[in-house]
Design a protein around this ligand. Structure first.
Ligand SMILES: NC(=O)N[C@@H](CC(=O)O)C(=O)O
Ligand SMILES: [Zn+2]
Ligand SMILES: [Zn+2]
Length: 345
């Protein structure tokens, strides 16, 4: 195949940051995606509808003039989020979901949830309103090994949460294990998952063999090859429970290439090219459109996009870095390396 035309995809898990970073990263996603679920882990986090709507305006202001990209806003759940805030968010029509960060699990999660029992009223309101809960699914207890944190989360948090709120719409975000893929496959239709391109393409050897490669460091951390294979099987299965979420997470070059490097891979500028590479590896390019462009809006109850994008088979090299805030640069995943697909319009 030499070219590939798809319904324009959406990104169901995206970090855009704030301030000057928006000018650097928003156009990259807007070029590829019709819409994106915007993560609320700013400093301070987006905990109210008012903050989410103001953040949305700042994102729209960073869009190229001819863009019709739509940011779909989210709220950051805390121990204190009142049910009324969920109702306000839902009534706005512009806030589409609420994000659960277990406190301490990832970048800017300090204000996250310490015990999900504290959120029972907010979560009941979400279940009632049909508002999805987006979950960073990792436990944080120091004694649990970082490679096991997702699998333990399923038992300790996900299963009890769904037992208590069986109709709650849940998106298990950026799944990284065979355990999570299996859990979501066997769960009822109100449970779905996003999968990143990097977890479909890479395992932990890519991060750790022959030198430590900080641009592959993200959370949940890359796992063993058998987990990558399970994720690829889930993504290419044609099941509507699995859809595209890049988890593109910009950090300045110096914050990644550091003695204590930040977690997050910046993939937005080449997102659909990476997914095409992964689906091609699995011999399943025919399954890409469902995963990238249909199943996400179907789950969220939104219309599918009507415009299309086209990729061509063309080898090209990604630059070593891109402009970021002020003099800072940002290093996308696979910087300086060749890609086989190219988005042309
Ligand atoms: N994925 C990451 O490694 N980092 C994300 C946070 C997140 O999605 O957990 C970030 O905001 O930098
Ligand atoms: Zn996360
Ligand atoms: Zn994320």
């Amino acid at each position: 195949m030499t070219s590939l035309t798809l319904t324009r995809p959406d990104d169901w898990h995206l970090h855009l940051r704030d301030g000057q970073a928006l000018d650097a990263v928003v156009p990259a996603s807007a070029r590829q995606m019709g819409r994106a679920i915007i993560m609320p882990n700013l400093k301070p986090p987006v905990t109210t509808t008012r903050q989410a709507l103001a953040y949305r305006e700042r994102i729209l202001a960073a869009l190229p003039e001819d863009s019709s990209f739509e940011p779909l806003m989210t709220l950051y759940l805390t121990d204190m989020t009142p049910a009324e805030e969920i109702e306000r968010a839902h009534a706005s029509g512009l806030v589409h979901a609420v994000k659960l960060y277990p406190a301490g699990a990832t970048t800017n999660s300090d204000s996250g949830v310490t015990d999900i029992a504290n959120c029972d009223e907010a979560i009941s309101a979400m279940a009632r309103l049909g508002m999805p809960l987006l979950v960073h699914g990792e436990v944080t207890h120091a004694e649990i090994d970082i490679f096991d944190r997702e699998a333990v989360f399923i038992e300790q948090v996900m299963k009890p949460l769904l037992a208590r709120h069986p109709t709650l719409k849940v998106v298990f975000e950026h799944i990284t294990t065979a355990d999570a893929a299996e859990f979501v496959s066997s769960a009822p239709a109100n449970v779905a998952a996003t999968i990143t391109a990097h977890h479909l393409l890479f395992n932990r050897n890519h991060m750790l063999v022959g030198g430590i490669r900080p641009h592959y460091y993200c959370l949940p951390i890359l796992k063993r090859e058998r987990h990558r294979q399970a994720l690829l099987a889930a993504a290419t299965s044609g099941s509507g429970k699995f859809f595209l979420g890049t988890d593109s997470a910009p950090h300045a070059q110096g914050d990644k290439e550091s003695a204590c490097g930040c977690a997050g891979a910046y993939t937005a500028p080449i997102a659909i090219e990476l997914y095409a590479a992964a689906f091609e590896l699995a011999g399943a390019l025919d399954k890409l459109e469902g995963f990238a462009s249909h199943f996400g809006p179907d789950f969220y109850g939104l219309p599918r996009n009507t415009s299309t994008i086209t990729l061509v088979r063309e080898r090209w090299e990604l630059p070593a870095s891109l402009p970021y805030i002020g003099d800072h640069r940002i290093v996308p995943l696979l910087a300086g390396e060749a890609l086989d697909w190219k988005l042309v319009g």
